[in-house]
Design a protein around this ligand. Structure first.
Ligand SMILES: *Cc1c(COP(=O)(O)O)cnc(C)c1O
Length: 326
């Protein structure tokens, strides 16, 4: 499987998928596992905020068709992993409808925003998707793992795709509607009842309570954003649209030099050095990454509802202290 190896499907030039250049790596992995092949995944350009550009998607579809391939599937992302960008779903859905393509929305990260009346506009158009993924184990803090795959189809597609009807397990001669049985619809046999964890949390806190979790996380990011703007030496990568706050810490030794070519090179070494120090000290563990042409920056996401403003102040103080002498 993977690059270079083709199945009857991709060998015939029939399948291909489009995803934004910032889509999750699972799209490539899925294409490899399914035998579509990673070469048949076409990444569509994004704008400066990390959103898929619909005109670029249209161009990519035209280009792939002109090469004799038949596009199949488009993956839009609602909440990209690093920047927290939301693709324009309505415009993408229009293109999919025009070309008869399956629209999948990867809302693994951002899907929980639907629970907040304030934030659900970020996913406007998601009702037009053919399928959606949503991970309640991320923003809602349901115990790992709890990943939902939602399908518009109600004709038993999963049963037709995955069902093998092992008669010792999946008896049809039951007293209730056997279409409710999920056992034969999934690729795995043994697996946990992950949906139960979401159901219990939902029962316990209600839809409003789930929405408040999302809004609390959003408020924590707004607070951190204000502080980052007020503090000297902290520089935003961009204004956050969602809960991902991406920023650099610029140590005093590098301040005021951002026009020099060595500046970015040196700055790219700062976040890894601070992360090493925080781990050695045992105080925090905060992720960093480069992104396109941007050198390593911190990405802070607060989902834990018990995190306080003092904790957030500590977080910034600690970065400042650990990075001061770099
Ligand atoms: C986390 C994430 C995934 C991966 O989800 P898993 O359920 O862990 O495989 C996919 N897409 C996006 C956008 C994510 O943030």
């Amino acid at each position: 499987m993977g690059r270079g190896r083709s199945t009857s499907c991709s060998a015939a030039g029939m399948c291909c998928a489009s995803a934004s250049a910032l889509s999750h790596y699972s799209i490539l992995k899925g294409a490899a596992l399914l035998g579509i092949g990673t070469d048949n995944v076409h990444l569509v350009r994004t704008d400066e905020r990390g959103k898929m550009i619909p005109e670029e998607l249209e161009k990519e579809i035209q280009r792939v068709k002109a090469e004799g391939s038949e596009p199949l599937f488009v993956c839009a992302t609602s909440g990209t992993t690093v920047l927290g960008a939301f693709d324009p779903l309505d415009a993408i859905a229009d293109i999919c409808a025009r070309h008869g393509l399956w629209l999948h929305v990867d809302a693994a990260w951002g899907g929980s925003a639907l629970l907040s009346p304030q934030l659900r506009h970020l996913l406007a158009g998601i009702h037009r998707a053919d399928s959606v993924t949503w991970n309640p184990h991320k923003l809602l803090m349901v115990g790992l793992q709890c990943s939902a795959f939602l399908l518009r189809d109600s004709s038993g597609l999963l049963q037709r795709c995955h069902g093998v009807g092992a008669s010792y397990l999946f008896q049809r001669d039951k007293f209730y509607d056997v279409s409710l049985d999920t056992g034969d619809k999934s690729p795995q046999c043994g697996r946990r009842a992950d949906g139960l964890k979401l159901w219990i949390l939902w029962k316990a806190v209600g839809t409003r309570g789930l929405g408040r979790r999302v809004e609390r996380a959003f408020a924590a990011t707004r607070y951190l954003l204000e502080q980052v703007k007020r503090r000297e030496g902290f520089q935003l990568v961009m204004e956050p649209e969602f809960i991902n706050l991406c920023f650099w810490f610029i140590p005093p030794s590098l301040r005021g030099q951002d026009s020099s070519p060595e500046f970015w090179d040196k700055l790219g070494k700062v976040a890894p050095a601070i992360k090493e120090k925080m781990i050695r000290r045992g105080s925090m563990m905060v992720g960093y990454q480069p992104h396109g042409s941007r050198v390593n920056f911190f990405r802070q996401i607060i989902t834990n509802p018990v995190v306080t403003r003092q904790d957030l102040d500590f977080f910034l103080d600690e970065i400042q202290e650990l990075g001061w002498d770099l």
